[in-house]
Design a protein around this ligand. Structure first.
Ligand code: NVA
Length: 371
């Protein structure tokens, strides 16, 4: 049955079918959290984020909200339904019997927390202490969907303990250097241990029956095994991108645009032995265009490769950040209609156009693209 704006229905099986209903994050009350093991490992040694924490400056919050609101309005004008999270107080500490941290993170970006697979939305375990309670920002929406859609499955992965046993102390020593980090990433030695299942939702890409999951800082092998057991009707594939010294979240590295076509970050190419399922099914993996910027904006966790962190609205239409001229040009050459969206001043809040959204409904069913 065709989607109707009057009826809530949760369903999304992949990253490209026509998007009808989406969550767009908010910058409200976002904080730079204090130091903690997994977060420290992600922040480059020369980053302007080092050594500072607290509520982000109000003018940056206002500017990011202006851009996120404009993005939401543009999507609504195109006929999509857009929901927004309800910000909790991120200045509050997060304390459990196992850890304490003095503040939280924010309600950006939703893609990190919520994984939609078919009729289910799954809250990820998360692997940063400051993000342990982040699901609470989305609970009003989850309750609403639960009340309005009788087939919606609201799931939450087991909350991890996040004691020191979850993190390798080696990663915390100062000035490891990028070369050492690259070597460790190639050896699959990451900051997180295999103490318990850990994953962030943004490490997972959905290809119908197949889920492709990045093993890195924020998702460990036990987390991937947990996903495998949780989705028994799916094939779950583990991928690595050894060229990334700070491997978190797959969506500035590997970007499916439509059946048969994926952009891959040329500095983080998928290793040969992991390409088989794509190649034998005639999927093309092309190098993404270079980012338009030499450096990320101030107080930003992400790399310049947010250029390829795009939101596909349907297999012919893609939202690309408006300053990413090379990425827009490449999309055009690949036959996509490009919608430029101004978002760069919101990057510091946790990412680009894919990050700042979470799917609620896309057309289409669960297809097998890799028979
Ligand atoms: N690892 C990524 C995260 C982007 C969402 C980066 O390139 O910063």
């Amino acid at each position: 049955m065709a989607w109707s704006a009057d009826k809530t229905e949760v369903k999304s099986w992949n990253e490209w079918d026509t998007l009808r209903h989406v969550i767009v994050g908010r910058a409200d009350d976002c904080h730079i959290p204090p130091e903690e093991p997994a977060l420290d490992a992600k922040v480059p040694e020369d980053s302007d984020m080092r050594g500072q924490w607290g509520r982000r400056p109000q003018e940056t919050i206002d500017r990011a909200n202006e851009l996120l609101n404009n993005f939401a309005t543009m999507l609504e004008k195109r006929g999509l339904r857009v929901d927004r999270p309800h910000s909790i107080d991120h200045s509050l500490p997060a304390t459990t019997p196992d850890f304490h941290t003095d503040s939280q993170f924010g309600c950006m970006p939703p893609r990190d927390v919520l994984l939609t697979v078919g009729r289910e939305m799954l809250e990820a375990t998360m692997s940063y202490r400051c993000r342990w309670f982040e699901y609470l920002n989305y609970r009003p929406l989850m309750q609403q969907y639960f009340n309005e859609d009788p087939l919606f499955r609201h799931e939450s992965a087991p909350k991890p303990r996040l004691t020191d046993a979850d993190y390798h102390p080696d990663y915390l020593s100062e000035k490891i250097g990028v070369e050492k980090r690259l070597q460790w990433a190639a050896e699959k030695f990451f900051v997180t241990t295999e103490e318990e299942p850990l994953f962030d939702a943004a490490d997972v890409l959905r290809f119908g029956r197949d889920l492709v999951v990045q093993h890195g800082f924020t998702t460990n092998l036990k987390g991937i095994e947990w996903l495998r057991r949780h989705f028994p009707d799916h094939r779950v594939h583990t991928v690595n991108f050894p060229g990334d010294p700070y491997p978190i979240h797959i969506d500035a590295t590997f970007t499916p645009l439509r059946p048969g076509l994926i952009l891959n970050n040329p500095q983080r190419r998928l290793p040969e032995d992991q390409r088989k399922m794509f190649e034998t099914n005639d999927w093309e993996i092309v190098d993404a265009a270079q980012p338009a910027h030499n450096a990320p904006p101030p107080l930003c966790y992400s790399s310049t490769w947010l250029s390829m962190n795009v939101l596909v609205l349907d297999p012919k239409t893609v939202c690309v950040e408006a300053s990413e001229v090379y990425q827009m040009e490449q999309m055009d050459k690949l036959g996509m209609n490009v919608i430029p969206v101004d978002l760069r001043d919101a990057y510091a809040f946790g990412g680009g156009l894919h990050c700042c959204t979470a799917d609620v409904y896309r057309d289409g069913d669960c297809e097998d693209y890799f028979p």
